[in-house]
Every structure is written in C-alpha cells, then in structure tokens.
Design a protein around this ligand. Sequence first.
Ligand SMILES: Cc1cc2nc3c(=O)[nH]c(=O)nc-3n(C[C@H](O)[C@H](O)[C@H](O)COP(=O)(O)O)c2cc1C
Length: 184
Amino acid sequence: MTDPAATAFDALVARRSHSRVTDEAPMQEELERLLGAMTSIADHSRLRPWRVIALRGDARHRLARGLAKATGSDLKKTIGKATRAPLVLAIVVSPRSSSKVPLWEQESVANGVAHALELLLHEAGWGCFWRTGRETRHKALRKAHELKKSEYLLGWIHVGGIPDRDRTSKPRKPLDLERHLTSL
Ligand SMILES: Cc1cc2nc3c(=O)[nH]c(=O)nc-3n(C[C@H](O)[C@H](O)[C@H](O)COP(=O)(O)O)c2cc1C
C-alpha cells in the first residue's frame, strides 16, 4: 500500500501510471468497493452509461485473440500484450436511451469513471496503465468482449502490483496556467 492520501488533491498529485506491474492484483471485493464509489461521478440524468469488464487469468486471452484478429498480429505477441498485468479492466461506454443526454455526454461519464478508477486504484496502492490502440473499436475486439450493439470500448486499464523500484517518481512539469486557465 502507498501512504493514504489526506485529500483528493493529494491523491491526484501523487497519481502515476505504471507500465510494469507485478503479479498481485486487487481481488473482486476490493474492485467492487472502488467501483461502488462511482455513484458520485458527475452523470447527467444519472444514466450510469458505463460498465467495466474484469479479465483475469485465461480470460485475458480473449483480449489477445481479439487483438490478433484486429491487427493481424501473431497470437503469441498479443498474448504477451494482454497478459502484461494480472488484471485487465475493459472500460465500456454502455449508452442508455435518453432524449436529453446525447452520446458525447454519456461517453464523458464513462471517461470520468475510468479516470477516477485509476486514481482510486493508485491510492489503494495498485499500479495501473490505461491502454488503447487504433483497433480499440474493431469488431473482433467488440466480439471478444461480448459487447452489445450500442456499446464500445474506451480501452483497457491494466492493473497489478507496483514493483519496489518504481515506487518513487519525478515531480511533474508544472502546468502553463496562461494556456490552461483563461478568463473572458
Ligand atoms: C484514453 C487513454 C488511452 C491511452 N492509451 C495509451 C496507449 O495505448 N499506450 C500508451 O503508452 N499510453 C497510453 N495512454 C497513456 C498512459 O495511460 C499514461 O497516462 C501515460 O503513460 C502518462 O503517464 P501518467 O498517467 O503517469 O501521466 C493512454 C491514456 C488515456 C487517457
């Protein structure tokens, strides 16, 4: 476990992605607890237009097979990619029918869930890395994840333990606030 952050601000400043992770992973119960916090994600009309598919063990081979089909790559290579972490969380936009809330707003909610999930997982001491690719919306990958017609993927958060050597990180370059915060 990393030190628990005192505030959301501290947690956000401390968050880092980890491309290399160990074989440890959060159990289903912990995942359910963290996802339970997503009830507070800003969500127009509270449609909850998202879901997360957890892939562990051989279930990750679905992703590998989908990637191989979508990219024409060798299955051995894609198995290597899909099994870099013990837990792979596929983030799915799962649109709800609404006359008021367009698709882009619903996708924003699913994006919010993915970012918040990365933050909470990091705060809980887990290493995460959000990965996508040009083939993320390919039908072979849709099929591999058993998506419904209206659903689509935002990518995969790879989750595992943080190797000891990766526990320290350099401070980030500060924001150029003249560009990122303007007033009219
Ligand atoms: C939607 C999304 C997709 C991403 N896809 C990839 C990817 O396919 N490959 C990659 O190297 N980084 C990808 N990244 C970036 C990494 O997840 C990570 O944010 C980046 O390496 C910077 O590290 P940091 O999160 O510690 O700033 C993606 C990020 C987002 C938000």
